[in-house]
Design a protein around this ligand. Sequence first.
Ligand code: DOR
Length: 442
Amino acid sequence: MLVITNGRIFDPCHGIDQPGELFIKEGKIESVGTGISFPSSAPMIDAKGLIISPGFVDLHCHLREPGFEEEETIASGTQAAAVGGFTTVCCMPNTDPPVDSKSIVNWIKKRASESAVVNVLPIGCITKGRKGKEVCDMAELAEAGVVAFSDDGDSVPDSQVMCHAMDYSRDFDLPLIEHCEDKPLTNGGVINEGWVADRLGLKGIPAAAEEIIVARDLALARLTGAKLHIAHVSTRGAVELIRHAKRNGVPVTAEVTPHHLTLTQERVMNMSSGRGQLKYDSDAKVYPPLRTQDDIDALLEGLKEGVIDAIATDHAPHTQAQKKCELELAAFGISGFETAFGSLMGLLHAGKIDLGTLISKLTCEPARVIGRESDLGTLRVGAMANIVIFDVGREWQVDRSRFVSRGENTPFDGCWFKGKVLVTIVNGEIVYQDDSVRVDHE
Ligand code: DOR
């Protein structure tokens, strides 16, 4: 049992924004509102001045297990997710072995049941071994409980294979999540094609590398009627393509990451060497690359209009050895769970997004993408109690050495954020609690 009192209860998808209490019993939301009754023996959190919302749902993260445990484990990754306010995370299948069979899905589910502190929903591969050649046994993966299919980290390069996968996926009504990258065009590319790449003498990655695959897959989704979800959209052109497709009834959804909404390509440069020497910061190397302010403006417009459905972290932890090397050799990826909310709150305080849009893109909207809006991302009475309590005004500084994630690869180290997750509750249990929060027992 747990009672949260005095907070602002906020569930924008369901039109709830009111002061009141929330009572959790046997892991579920028992009642919500003002003047609700609960036993006086129930442990209590006073949420005065705080917001109580559905726990965040992340459609896109890398927990690295099995195979890359030096980067992250299901235990460490889900603890980091809890710090970030995420109560459900969908994990990508670019593990070793990749998640292309029932036995690996079952292994992840078992591992999660033993060590995860938030709900873990596995994503299965589109093609066997993520090799892009032969479509997986999707029926077997769906039966084992995957919530989507993806070869994330790579696109499916062959249009015929992708078309076949889309046809097949309709039987299960699960989305195909596509990492949109035309490899022959990005080959050897390190950061966005533009002035920063020119200045640093690096091969650039053009926006077209993303847009070519977005356009191809939208055409295939129109042809097959399959559910397509575009991962980590980063360019204005991709937003325009998706907008046009949605207007024409193509069954497509899309996500954007916090870093693509808040950082530009300039972040890769780092002038901190002291002698005015141009240096670079590999912690800002990510795929797709950080782009331009014009792209950010388009992504924000897309979010507000509903062209982009969800915000997803693409939490991609790497070891220091994989990052602290020449920029050309460094791994792509940002460890995102612990900075996602704080960085997004910067957009709120700058007046670039409103709280309702922000929270819906982190809760019911991602849940809808995987067809789970009735039980995830909601404060509905009877739903499992997956809840986050946050303070929009709390200021804090990012310190990667205190990350719970094994991946310290963040371009936000040292940044001050205004807005912090204070409590995360999964299935009725407190899995993260800021030092400033007290749970009172009678
Ligand atoms: O930067 C990235 N890192 N982008 C991806 O699509 C994959 C991810 C990873 O697995 O490290």
